[in-house]
Design a protein around this ligand. Structure first.
Ligand code: FAD
Length: 365
């Protein structure tokens, strides 16, 4: 399949470089799926080009997911423990939150880890290009570098699509408003809203509810299913639900948000209970965390014979091979849980995440 080369002598290229005309392996997307695959392939001796929109490898997990959310959950834990410690006879005065300082600390955590991955790319002589890639045909990619620079074309022998996913917003709720946040905006900590609605009782909605309620927001949660964290062991969910009920202002199950509209510096949500009764409620900010969709559109898959499912997930076999034998796909762009079960790639993503979190803990975080 792959032929190892003497690529170790090649210089590391940090940014767009139109000299790159061909590569043995190109990896599109440098999240935990893409960078792990790229590093592994480079360790095996392949000449690897890794392309991502961000400045360094890391993907959603490091820039807009696991790492910033865990950094902020740590802050939430400290704030709650300080509050609860009065029960043990230790009183702290009310915390003063310096949002700008908190943001820059969180950014520094992200920067340290993504910078570290940039260094690891260099050490492995992986060519990292910051830009947007799309297929031109099944052996060529078009790359639009970030910032200045013209689009250029790369020929590849093998490709791995690791473009991940983005927040999903149902069309009924997809309105243009700065008061409507996804996890991307919420993790940037633009402000601490007074009153906030979190739509979705999955882990992303619950993590961010925990963070914002600890920071001082009045947080209300709604979930359309009869329980939080659908699919998770009910005994565990029971314990967590109790804790969340104490932290949040309300959590409503079997409840659906059916409409949103902007009003008086915030949003009005039309909320329907299980009996079908609707009420209108005003919030300063609404966070929508009802799922994610794969990044499979806009990457030129139509110029190849790579097949996608109705929901846009890239179809692969048990070797993560798409319908084109030299093009593979991994990570969140696949519907791997329902189609092929939890397999090695996912385990690898998890173990890398665990490793990064362990690293943070060792730094006293
Ligand atoms: C708030 C939040 C918290 C999370 N917490 C956890 C957790 O605690 N533990 C856990 O295991 N998982 C967690 N996750 C999930 C985890 O982030 C994903 O499972 C993981 O990031 C998927 O990795 P990936 O490599 O498939 O894709 P991604 O990490 O999504 O990376 C894909 C990359 O591809 C790039 N890309 C897309 N299109 C192009 C293109 N055309 N050209 C170039 N680059 C492109 C994107 O910019 C992105 O950097 C969390 C997610 C969120 C949103």
């Amino acid at each position: 399949m792959f032929a190892p080369s003497d690529h170790k002598d090649r210089p590391y290229r940090r940014f767009m470089n139109s000299e790159i005309q061909s590569t043995q392996l190109v990896v599109i997307g440098a999240g935990p799926g893409g960078y792990a695959a790229a590093f592994h392939a480079a360790d095996l001796g392949l000449q690897v080009t890794l392309i991502d929109l961000d400045q360094n490898p890391g993907g959603v997990c490091l820039y807009r997911g696991c790492i910033p959310s865990k950094a902020l959950l740590h802050v939430a834990k400290v704030l709650r423990e300080a509050k609860e410690s009065s029960e043990w006879g230790i009183d702290f005065s009310s915390p003063k939150i310096n949002l700008e300082k908190l943001k820059s600390w969180k950014e520094s955590v992200v920067g340290k880890l993504t910078g570290g991955l940039g260094e690891l790319s260099k050490q492995r002589k992986v060519t990292f290009i910051q830009g947007r890639a799309s297929f031109d045909d099944s052996h060529h990619l078009l790359v639009q570098p970030n910032g200045e620079g013209n689009q250029f074309r790369i020929q590849f022998e093998q490709a791995i699509i690791a473009t991940g996913s983005r927040p999903f917003i149902p069309s009924d709720l997809d309105i243009e408003s700065s008061h409507l946040w996804t996890s991307n905006q919420a993790l940037q900590l633009p402000e601490i809203p007074k009153k906030m609605l979190v739509i979705g009782g999955g882990y992303i909605g619950l993590e961010l509810s925990t963070v914002y309620s600890a920071l001082g927001s009045e947080v209300h949660g709604v979930e359309m299913a009869p329980g939080l964290l659908p699919g998770v062991d009910k005994d565990l969910v029971r314990v967590l639900s109790k804790r969340l009920e104490a932290m949040l202002s309300s959590i409503r199950l079997n409840t659906k948000v059916v409409k949103l509209k902007e009003k008086s510096g915030g949003l009005v949500a039309t909320i329907q209970n299980e009996k079908g009764e609707a009420s209108e409620e005003h919030y300063d900010k609404i966070l929508i965390a009802v799922g994610r969709k794969p990044n499979s559109s806009g990457i030129g898959l139509n110029t190849t014979s790579v097949e996608v499912s109705e929901k846009g997930f890239i179809k692969v076999d048990e070797y993560r091979c798409t319908s084109v034998p030299h093009i593979f796909a991994i990570g969140a762009a696949l519907d791997y849980i329902s189609e092929i079960g939890l397999a090695n790639v996912e385990k690898r993503i998890r173990s890398l995440t665990d490793f990064l979190i362990k690293q943070l803990k060792e730094e006293g975080f």
